[in-house]
Design a protein around this ligand. Structure first.
Ligand code: SF4
Length: 207
């Protein structure tokens, strides 16, 4: 049995929602309501939210309820993440959020075509399922997770996909961060179009 997720985006498989601080990338340090949707077929072996992969484990929730919950908090920004949130049509959810004056940020691997209206698009491509080419030009931020040395070359290939104003970040994969962070520091000093992104929420011990 699979979820019958309606195409109109009015109901979405919701894994969790919580108010916290965005820990990584351009919006680091900003208060935001996280909306984590279930479902992902990208299959990163180092994924730290494998519980998100099976959409059927996560209840279909009306987007109006998600918007109502997000509106209760003073930080008027949401981060829609997953899983891979672009599996779903996000037009309805983002329109309702923006109507309430809430800024919409997304974290996506780009493996599916873009839907929704976004104030900030963070494209974090993964080796295991390539991003659709059209998403590169829409991205405000390219965030490449560095797991080993060869990922720098891979990051440069993806930097060619994005527009000239797109911010470029290299972020150490958490379990390898001791080994990888010094390499990223050297790389950014040699290639300053890139910046370092750290998963500061993990250092702060917040979700
Ligand atoms: Fe996990 Fe994200 Fe990779 Fe999906 S795209 S497997 S949720 S890290």
């Amino acid at each position: 049995m699979s979820h019958q997720v309606p195409d109109d985006g009015t109901q979405l498989p919701l894994m969790e929602e919580f108010y916290t601080i965005q820990g990584e990338g351009f919006n680091t340090g900003k208060a935001a309501y996280f909306i984590r949707l279930g479902g992902c077929d990208v299959g990163c072996h180092w994924c730290d939210v494998k519980e998100s992969w099976d959409a059927e484990l996560h209840p279909l929730t009306h987007a109006d309820l998600i918007v109502e919950n997000a509106s209760k908090f003073p930080g008027k920004a949401v981060v829609v993440t997953g899983g891979e949130p672009l599996i779903y049509n996000l037009d309805y959810l983002t329109a309702q959020l923006q109507q309430k004056g809430i800024k919409t940020f997304i974290e996506t691997s780009g493996a599916y075509p873009l839907s929704g209206s976004w104030d900030w698009i963070c494209l974090s491509p993964k080796k295991f399922k390539a991003p659709v080419p059209s998403i590169g030009q829409a991205a405000h931020e390219l965030k490449v997770i560095v797991f080993n040395k060869s990922d720098f070359e891979w990051a440069e290939k993806h930097a060619e996909m994005v527009g000239p104003d797109c911010k470029l970040y290299l972020q150490p994969e958490w379990s390898k961060s001791k080994e990888i962070t010094p390499l990223i520091i050297d790389y950014v000093m040699q290639n300053p179009k890139w910046e370092i992104s750290l998963q500061t929420h993990k250092y702060l011990n917040i979700p």
